[in-house]
Unconditional design. Structure first.
Length: 385
């Protein structure tokens, strides 16, 4: 058995980018080694060291810990271990594709995602001329890469969208984008908390900053990306409004600030004194989404809520509770920043009050028996009918 310290590598998204976390029990030699290595950083929120995820950086870590630690890579995501060996012409093609999309004003997130997928596609068919790529090559890529790496349906839909743009940028392929079809989205109903559960989560959160974040996420129906990009100048306290700038689809929208949130907001502001963003990290930079998810998970556990709850669950709950309170679906669409009413209509399927008003046919049947036969007035399922 090896006497070397054990180092575990794990993939995790941190500050909107995939990182390789470097986890180990306290060991001064390993700490000194990491401190002297470029591009490896310590995260207080994650309580471990990390480096950007890439095949090159994984090789750096393997060489770094060689003979000084036992390296465990079993927890690294297999789909992230895929290595691309792109030639210079392929890199030039992808760079041009990236700039083409940038000129079309796609968001930074979309630029990275679409370029990532096309890079994989090009790399997969590196032995074939770009002009000879056809729809069967697309099918093979999905079969061999997407299915084997267990990509989600939404990721596959994104790849098809990326490919459609790529065929416009580089029309010399034999890919017929008209025949490219996206798989249907999974029609899962959103997870929703009750109003009592939301209040319970807020009440058990003792950290003032964390409590303010949870309250704002719920009371304004914000996406996590909108929260961490929120600036102090976006608050219009005299009108009790908040402007959400460049939300999804680059749409600005106004949302109302809850009257009950105002004292908490003032208490938080004067206690933490943020300079630019509503919530800031230690050095005044944007707060990380992973930190929000981490403390929300702890608060839910403390509140006795054991199902999965994310910041987006609070947004779903906000929309559902508005609908249950009688707010018109068109106003809810505007408050959420949805482009299409169909997106907002999903909340009509989770309206608890409407569902509770519908009598179950089993209850109706038992009531009829009780009303027609005096001997069965107290008929219940727990005794003989």
């Amino acid at each position: 058995m090896s006497n070397l310290p054990k180092v575990i590598l794990v993939h995790k998204t941190h500050r909107k980018e995939l990182k390789i976390l470097i986890q180990f029990d306290y060991h001064q030699q390993l700490i000194n080694t990491l401190k002297c290595t470029p591009h490896i950083y310590w995260s207080k929120s994650l309580a471990c060291w990390y480096i950007s995820a890439s095949p090159e950086n994984l090789t750096i870590l393997e060489n770094l810990f060689k003979n000084i630690a036992e390296l465990d890579t079993s927890k690294l995501s297999k789909k992230q271990l895929f290595t691309r060996n792109l030639s210079e012409p392929e890199k030039k093609l992808l760079n041009g594709f990236y700039l083409y999309m940038k000129g079309k004003r796609y968001s930074e997130s979309t630029l990275k995602t679409y370029t990532f997928f096309i890079a994989d596609f090009i790399n997969f068919h590196s032995k074939k001329a770009w002009s000879d790529l056809d729809n069967r090559d697309v099918e093979l890529f999905i079969e061999k890469v997407f299915i084997e790496r267990n990509y989600s349906v939404s990721s596959q839909r994104q790849f098809i969208s990326a490919l459609k743009i790529f065929t416009t940028y580089y029309p010399s392929t034999k890919i017929n984008d008209i025949e490219l079809t996206r798989p249907k989205k999974s029609k899962k109903l959103p997870s929703v908390l009750s109003q009592e559960e939301v209040l319970r989560i807020i009440s058990v959160t003792t950290n003032l900053k964390h409590r303010a974040i949870i309250a704002l996420l719920y009371s304004c129906g914000l996406r996590i990306s909108e929260l961490i990009n929120l600036k102090l100048k976006d608050f219009h306290l005299e009108r009790k409004q908040l402007i959400v700038k460049s939300g999804k689809g680059r749409k600005d929208r106004y949302v109302s600030l809850a009257e009950s949130f105002m004292p908490l907001l003032k208490n938080y502001y004067f206690s933490y004194e943020p300079k630019e963003f509503f919530v800031e990290g230690i050095k005044g930079e944007k707060y990380s989404a992973s930190s929000v998810r981490a403390f929300l998970k702890k608060s839910c556990k403390k509140a006795g809520i054991h199902r999965a709850v994310t910041p987006h669950t609070l947004r779903h709950s906000y929309a559902t509770h508005l609908l249950e309170n009688g707010v018109d679906i068109r106003y809810i669409q505007s408050l959420l920043g949805h482009s299409r009413p169909e997106t907002t209509m999903i909340y009509t399927h989770v309206k608890r009050k409407d569902l509770m008003q519908i009598q179950n046919p089993l209850d109706v049947a038992l009531q009829k028996v009780a009303s027609s036969d005096n001997d069965h007035k107290k008929v219940t399922l727990s005794r003989k009918i």
